[in-house]
Design a protein around this ligand. Structure first.
Ligand code: ZN
Length: 188
């Protein structure tokens, strides 16, 4: 049975890899050595950088934290620099990165923001887009989606711009095709 633990640091990730997990969610404090172990084992990583790095980057923003738990803010103050450094290590690695957002941490309409968060750490736009398409399909063992190719299910989105030069355009999807049926197309 494929298993995905949600964990953050080196020791937890090492134990998970040794136990034979298929993927790890978060891993945001794993060192370069830990990432090498994940990579060598062929384990996928779903870094959920948007939720993690938004909290870390806004650790000093009183308005942002109003109504949120102080203990949580204190953790982001303490680990902010480490989270950024680990995110850069991940970007520099060849770990198989899949796209995920840790359901429930923010409204689902913001899920696309994970693309920008990934790219902000040094992950290339191509790698970020693959994380949500071909690599995600591989992780989930879905053979018929994830790439545009003959014989695959025609699930396609498009946007009014070039995500390779402006990753934020991923938030403006204006064309949606599911199983070959168009559900949304650009106005006019
Ligand atoms: Zn989680």
């Amino acid at each position: 049975m494929p298993v995905t633990p949600h964990c953050y640091g080196d020791e937890a990730a090492r134990r998970a890899v040794r136990a034979g997990v298929r993927s790890i969610d978060h891993g945001n404090l794993v060192s370069a050595e830990g990432l090498a172990m994940i990579e060598d084992a062929g384990v996928f990583l779903v870094p959920t950088q948007y939720t993690i790095l938004t909290d870390a980057r806004r650790a000093g923003d009183d308005a942002y934290w109003r109504g949120k738990p102080p203990y949580k803010r204190a953790k982001f103050v303490r680990y902010g620099a480490e989270l950024e450094a680990a995110a850069e290590s991940l970007a520099a690695s060849d770990v198989k990165i899949a796209f995920g957002t840790d359901a429930g941490m923010f409204p689902h309409r913001d899920n696309w923001r994970e693309f920008g968060a990934m790219v902000s750490t040094g992950i290339s736009p191509l790698r970020a887009l693959r994380a949500a398409t071909s690599v995600a399909a591989e992780l989930l063992r879905l053979d018929e989606v994830g790439v545009l190719a003959a014989g695959k299910i025609a699930d396609v989105v498009a946007m009014p711009g070039n995500p390779f030069t402006d990753i934020q355009v991923t938030g403006r999807v204006d064309f949606v095709m599911r199983s070959g049926t168009v559900h949304k197309r650009p106005a006019g």
